[in-house]
Design a protein around this ligand. Sequence first.
Ligand SMILES: O=C(O)CCC(=O)C(=O)O
Length: 290
Amino acid sequence: MRGEIICSVLWVCVILANFESVECSSVNHETQQCISSGGGENETCFNGRAYEWEEYDEDNILGLDEGICNIDKVSSITNDMFLMQYAFDRPVIFTGVSDNTEFRRLTSRKALMEKYANNTITLSTANTHSYDKVDMSLKEYIERILKPQSVNKLGKDTLYFFGNNNYTEWNEIFKTYMQPPYSLPEKTGAYSFGIAAAGTGVPFHFHGPGFSEVIHGSKRWFLYPYEKMPKFDPDQNMLRWVLDEYPKLTKDNKPLECTIKPGDVLYFPDRWWHSTLNLKTSVFMSTFLG
Ligand SMILES: O=C(O)CCC(=O)C(=O)O
């Protein structure tokens, strides 16, 4: 079966390569490896799929699963319906509402390393209040820090790239990002771009409303309304919370949750407690509405 899939992917590539002189690359969905007409396996895949970040994850070494999804998923509602049913009331996941193929292509590991390797990025510690900030080059972050989370590492010792972006330096790729086509009255969006390793995440916190889109990888979200503050240790990493605390939750204390993947956009309303766990190395964009 695996052989047949690889063969059929390669066959399509060979046919295309014969008709036009294109460099053909594709994804074998069984192994999630990139396959190119040249036979290489470390190439960037286009057509909306760029799995090469995940080549750096060690085969689900953390044993993370996607969990359940008990958040509504919608694909074609109007902004008025969004405002009436969700915006001020509960989270929702939009599927396939904006096409970020180009942004996905520009944020492959290879593309980012070619263009931004020496740019300085600001990392935050992955604890609830993100107290500490550390500056380093994107190259150093990707090559040295971006490793699967160890269960015993505290959130305050885990460095996480999310937000504090230099919009001028990143403008060329940020301008290709297609914002979710939904809005709140009198609010505008501010971007927070991030790249995070498998098993890392941000512990529970809350702030204003916004959207979160995964561009590469997958991210599990947990949410509670403001009045239902979850039990958590602000310095514990989310992997520990998922392994130790989550299984103890009673039915009444379970969060709203879902794993989002490329093509999904999660909306969280104002002041909802939320936390995240990256199941794979993930590249993501949040749009904060303020
Ligand atoms: O995407 C993440 O891992 C963190 C997102 C988050 O906490 C936020 O959007 O406030």
